[in-house]
Structures are given as C-alpha cells and as structure tokens.
Design a protein around this ligand. Structure first.
Ligand code: ZN
Ligand code: ZN
Length: 173
C-alpha cells in the first residue's frame, strides 16, 4: 500500500512542483511525492491503490529502472544456479581426487613394503654369499696348505731314503 501523506510533509509534487493539493502518491523507491491528478489517475483508481495492501507504486523513472533490473536479476539468478552446479561438480571431483590420492598413497605404501621385503631378502642373500665366499677362500687355503704339507713330506721322505742309502753304503764299505 503506498504511504499516506501526512500533514508534516511539505515536499513538492515531482511533476507540477506545487506543495499543496490532495491525493498524493509517494514512489516506493525514490520517495518523491506526486499528485494523482498530475499522474492522470482517476479518483477511483487512486482509492483502489490506497486500499490494496499488496499494491506498490513506482514513479516513471524508477519504474523504468525496475524494468531494467528484472532481466538483470533473472540473469543473476541463472548465473547463481550455474555457479552452484559447477561448485557441486567441483566438490564431487575433489572427493573423487581425494579417493584417488588415498589409493595412490596406499599403493605407494604397499610398494614400499614390497621394496623393504626385497631389500631384506637381498641382504640375507648377500650375507650368505659373503659366507660362501669366505668358506671357498678357506677351502683354497686349506688345499694349498695340504699340498705344501704333502710336498714337504715327499721331500723329507726322499731325503730320508737317500740318507739311509748313504748310511748302508758306508756301513757295507
Ligand atoms: Zn502535481
Ligand atoms: Zn521514484
């Protein structure tokens, strides 16, 4: 319902610039006062406007602005709806990406476990190889030693046989 003009209001009519007269209408956007007569509004139409609770009145310049604002508002609403869709899609994508990251992390963890198991297996193998190498080395040393002993024994024996021969010869002479 357009506001009623009280006695304390001395604003001039935006159309005829007079402050006196009856049947005033104030624009609900700019607040400017207008004579119903200057708006070419009949007495009956003015009364209907005054008595309708859901009735709003805007002056001509404000009405034009409102007319331009409505398509802008509709456009904004559409943009908001599109943005909301995009945001919910992004949220979905982010959830999926998070899931993938968690899977990759667990895969990396598994691979790291496998690597550790492989490493400890390699370590065991390497230790075994080292041990085998040492045994081989010892065997070689032992073979060398036993062949040395054998040679020494042969030398000693042949030396002994020679000496016994000499002794026999000197005795029989
Ligand atoms: Zn007027
Ligand atoms: Zn206005």
């Amino acid at each position: 319902m357009p506001k009623q003009r009280s006695e304390s209001v001395n604003d001039k009519c935006a159309l005829c610039s007079k402050a006196t007269g009856d049947n005033w209408l104030a624009c609900e956007i700019c607040g400017d006062w207008h004579h119903a007569k200057c708006l070419q509004l009949s007495e009956e139409a003015y009364k209907v406007l005054q008595n309708l609770d859901s009735c709003h009145w805007f002056c001509k310049p404000c009405n034009e602005k409102v007319g331009k604002m409505i398509p802008t508002l509709v456009g904004l609403q559409e943009r908001i709806a599109t943005t909301e869709k995009t945001v919910s899609k992004l949220e979905n994508d982010m959830e999926k990406t998070n899931g993938q990251i968690i899977k990759i992390k667990s895969d990396v963890g598994k691979t790291s476990n496998d690597l550790n198991a492989f490493k400890s297996e390699m370590d065991k193998h390497l230790t075994k190889t080292n041990f085998e190498n040492r045994i081989n080395k010892l065997e070689l040393e032992f073979q060398k030693l036993s062949s040395d002993v054998k040679h020494t024994l042969i030398a000693l024996t042949s030396d002994g046989v020679l000496k016994i021969g000499q002794i026999r010869r000197s005795v029989s002479c």
